[in-house]
Design a protein around this ligand. Structure first.
Ligand code: DC
Length: 231
């Protein structure tokens, strides 16, 4: 459960963080992060955290309360106050109500990049992500800034990518949509916002393992990453 963190200024890593086992998986939408992160977590007996679900949860809470996602101060306050529970089976509970499907809806998908560009929202969610990880002794975290900002000293940093066509086809399948070109447009727009924002943009960490998953199966990606971890 992610309650409001008592002191979100406290974002520096403590010395004990060197004891954590952290796998950081970053990349654009549809690059295969979630599936790969879940499988890696299973193989390594670690827990898995989808940090995108946290940005989506804040956005969902904003829309439910009729707040403007572009209102910087309102979003910063909301991020500190909102209760977000992400359960092991993927269920997401926002302020006590199951929002698992709602956070994946098009309304949230369209507004989430604006909320994720807010540096105060990011500071709060990054603090919660670090707290989640410390409590568990480590974890497999997926997002956009895990290897660059949240855990720059992760045991393994991975940057997954894939062609726009492959990513759009995967998203269209997930969303049960036939119109791949519409999905591709939305995806490209979100990638642009995520990689061009000033606060913690999507980018590959210098020491991340780069994998293009366009023509790889999940098994091949997982095997390659387990190999990289053991190398
Ligand atoms: O992975 P996703 O599509 O569910 O992510 C939703 C949005 O949140 C996306 O626009 C990028 C943003 N995000 C982020 O800025 N930082 C993260 N660590 C995870 C997601």
């Amino acid at each position: 459960m992610f309650g409001g963190s008592p002191d979100h200024e406290e974002v520096r890593l403590s010395a004990s963080d060197s004891e954590l086992t952290v796998i950081a998986i970053d990349g654009p939408a549809g690059s295969g992060k979630s599936t790969v992160a879940r499988r890696l977590a299973q193989a390594l007996d670690l827990e898995y955290l989808d940090t995108g679900a946290m940005y989506r949860s804040v956005t969902h809470a904003a829309l439910s309360r009729h707040l403007d996602p572009a209102d910087h101060d309102a979003m910063a306050r909301l991020a500190r106050e909102v209760s977000i529970e992400i359960e092991a089976d993927g269920t997401v509970v926002v302020d006590g109500i199951d929002a698992t499907n709602a956070i994946r809806g098009s309304e949230v998908s369209q507004a989430v990049s604006v909320v994720a560009a807010n540096p105060d929202v990011r500071a709060e969610l990054v603090a919660r992500q670090r707290e989640w990880t410390r409590k568990r002794g480590g974890g497999v975290l997926e997002g956009r800034d895990i290897g660059t900002v949240v855990f720059p000293h992760a045991n393994l940093k991975v940057y997954l990518t894939a062609s726009t066509e492959a990513r759009a086809a995967r998203r269209a399948r997930d969303e049960n949509t036939a119109d791949e070109s519409k999905v591709a447009d939305a995806l490209t727009r979100r990638d642009q916002l995520d990689s061009q924002r000033r606060a913690d943009p999507l980018r590959q960490a210098d020491d991340a393992v780069l994998l293009d998953t366009t023509d790889l199966s999940i098994d091949e990606v997982v095997a390659a990453l387990l190999g990289a971890l053991r190398a």
